[in-house]
Ligand binder design. Structure first.
Ligand code: GCU
Length: 422
C-alpha cells in the first residue's frame, strides 16, 4: 500500500515537472541559422579537388569523411562478419488480434574469436510479404520495448536501472517522455504494412560508463584502423549484423530496411545507416550531439558535456575536442551526408534545445548539396517547421520537449508511407 502511495506521489511530482517543463524550457524558434556548416563537404580540402561528380564523392570524398568520423568520433568498427542465427521462434502467431506474428530471434555475432548473443524480437504483419522492416534500437531490453508474454530478458543481462518498471502500469519514462518512448505504435505500423524489429544494442556493450568501458576494453581487437572502440560504434555495428539476419528472412524485405532510434539510439541508427549501404532509410529522432546536430555553432550539449557524462560512447579522440569544437576538421553534417542519397528523416522538437534542432537543420542543409549531387533533390525546407513527407531528406519539428509522442509518429508514418509502401 505504502509502495503504491509513494509511487503515486512520485508520479504527481514527476508529472508536474514534466508538464511545467513544456512551458518553462525555452522554445527554439523556427528560423534557420544563417551561417552554413563548416567545412563545405564538397570544396577542395587537403590537396583534394572540389567534388563535382557522384564518382568523386563515392570513391574519394565519402571515404575521407567516413575515416575522419571514425577516427575522431566513433572509433574502430569490428570486421563485418555475418551474424548467424541460433534460433527463431514464433512466440505468438495471433498477435494484435491476429494481425501479426510475434517472433523471437537469437543471433550470434562474432568479433574476432569471440561470439556474442544478440536478441531481436519482430512483429511481422500476417499478410503476404516480404515486408519493409523498421529496426528499432531500444535504450532498454526488448521486454521493455515489447512488454508481451514470451519476450524474455536474458538473466545475466546488464541494463540501466530506469528500465525496471516494477509492474507499475504506466511507466514513469512514458509519463515524462511521451506515449511512444518505449513501445512504438505497433498496430499502426502493422496496418501500414511495416514489420518492426526491437533490439537492445547494449547486450554486447552495456550503456554504463564503467561497465561499458570495461566491455569495450575486452572486445577482441580485429581491425583497429580508427583507434579504440566506442560504444556507439559497436551498437551501430550490431544494427548491421541484424541487417544480415533480415537478408536471410523471406518474410522481411532486405531492400527496405529502415533504422529507427531516439536520442542516443538515434545517434546509433544514424551512424549505422551512414556506414552500411544496405540500409534504405533512417529515422533519427532528436539525435543531437554525436548525431545530426553540428557542434561548431556552440548550441546544445557540448562535446565536453557528452564525453564527460558518457565516456564509453565515443572513441577517446572525441574528448580531445572538448573545449575546441572549432578545431574539428569536419562537423556532423558529414555524417548526415554519408546517408545520401538514401532516405533520412531528422525528427526534432521545439523545446529540446539540448539536442539542438537548429544544428540538425544546418547539417541537413549542407548535406542537401550531396543529395543533389547524387541525383536526389536538395534539402529545400524553408524553416524548421517545413516538413515534407515526400522529401528524401526530411526535417520534422513539433512542439514540446524531448521524447516520442503521437505528434512524432504521425509524420513518421506519412514519410514511411510516401517512401516505402508498395
Ligand atoms: C542525454 C545525453 C544525450 C542523449 C540523451 C538520451 O541527455 O546527454 O546526448 O541523446 O541522454 O539518449 O536520451
Amino acid at each position: 500500500m505504502l509502495k503504491w502511495l509513494g509511487l503515486a506521489i512520485l508520479l504527481v511530482i514527476v508529472g508536474g515537472v514534466a508538464g511545467c517543463s513544456t512551458f518553462l524550457l525555452p522554445r527554439v524558434n523556427e528560423t534557420p541559422e544563417t551561417s552554413p556548416a563548416k567545412p563545405d563537404l564538397l570544396a577542395p580540402i587537403g590537396g583534394m579537388a572540389e567534388v563535382t561528380t557522384p564518382e568523386a564523392w563515392r570513391e574519394i570524398r565519402a571515404p575521407f569523411w567516413r575515416n575522419m568520423l571514425l577516427s575522431q568520433v566513433y572509433g574502430s568498427r569490428p570486421a563485418d562478419i555475418r551474424a548467424s542465427t541460433v534460433s527463431r521462434k514464433v512466440i505468438d502467431p495471433e498477435f494484435l488480434d491476429g494481425k501479426a506474428s510475434l517472433i523471437g530471434v537469437q543471433l550470434s555475432l562474432a568479433i574476432g574469436a569471440e561470439t556474442y548473443r544478440q536478441d531481436v524480437h519482430f512483429v511481422v504483419p500476417n499478410t503476404k510479404g516480404p515486408h519493409p522492416v523498421i529496426l528499432g534500437a531500444g535504450s532498454c531490453p526488448n521486454d521493455v520495448t515489447l512488454p508481451f508474454d514470451g519476450v524474455e530478458r536474458p538473466e545475466d543481462l546488464a541494463y540501466p536501472g530506469y528500465c525496471d518498471h516494477d509492474g507499475f502500469g504506466m511507466s514513469i519514462a512514458t509519463f515524462i517522455f511521451g506515449r511512444y518512448i518505449e513501445t512504438p505504435p505497433l498496430e499502426a505500423l502493422i496496418d501500414h504494412g511495416f514489420a518492426f524489429g526491437a533490439y537492445y544494442p547494449g547486450m554486447i556493450v552495456p550503456d554504463a560508463s564503467e561497465a561499458g568501458l570495461e566491455a569495450l576494453a575486452e572486445l577482441p581487437k580485429t581491425d583497429m584502423d580508427h583507434g579504440p572502440y566506442g560504444a556507439i560504434g559497436i551498437w551501430a555495428w550490431v544494427a548491421s549484423r541484424i541487417t544480415d539476419y533480415v537478408e536471410t528472412d523471406h518474410g522481411l524485405d532486405e531492400t527496405r530496411v529502415i533504422l529507427f532510434g531516439h536520442s542516443r539510439s538515434a545517434k546509433v541508427s544514424l551512424l549505422a545507416g551512414a556506414l552500411d549501404p544496405r540500409i534504405a532509410g533512417v529515422i533519427a529522432h532528436q539525435s543531437g550531439t554525436g548525431g545530426a546536430s553540428v557542434q561548431k555553432n556552440g548550441v546544445g550539449e557540448s562535446i565536453e558535456e557528452i564525453t564527460e557524462t558518457y565516456p564509453h560512447w565515443f572513441s577517446p579522440s572525441y574528448a580531445l575536442y572538448a573545449e575546441r569544437a572549432d578545431d574539428l576538421p569536419f562537423d556532423q553534417h558529414a555524417l548526415v551526408a554519408l546517408m545520401a542519397p538514401r532516405l533520412l528523416l531528422l525528427g526534432n522538437s521545439a523545446r529540446d534545445k539540448w539536442s539542438d534542432p537548429k544544428g540538425a537543420f544546418t547539417a541537413a542543409k549542407a548535406a542537401g548539396a550531396v543529395y543533389a549531387l547524387l541525383g536526389s533533390e536538395t534539402f529545400d525546407a524553408r524553416d524548421l517547421g517545413d516538413f515534407d513527407p515526400d522529401a528524401d531528406l526530411a526535417f520534422q519539428f513539433r512542439e514540446g520537449t524531448h521524447g516520442i509522442t503521437p505528434e512524432d509518429w504521425t509524420p513518421f508514418l506519412a514519410w514511411l508511407d510516401a517512401h516505402f509502401s508498395e
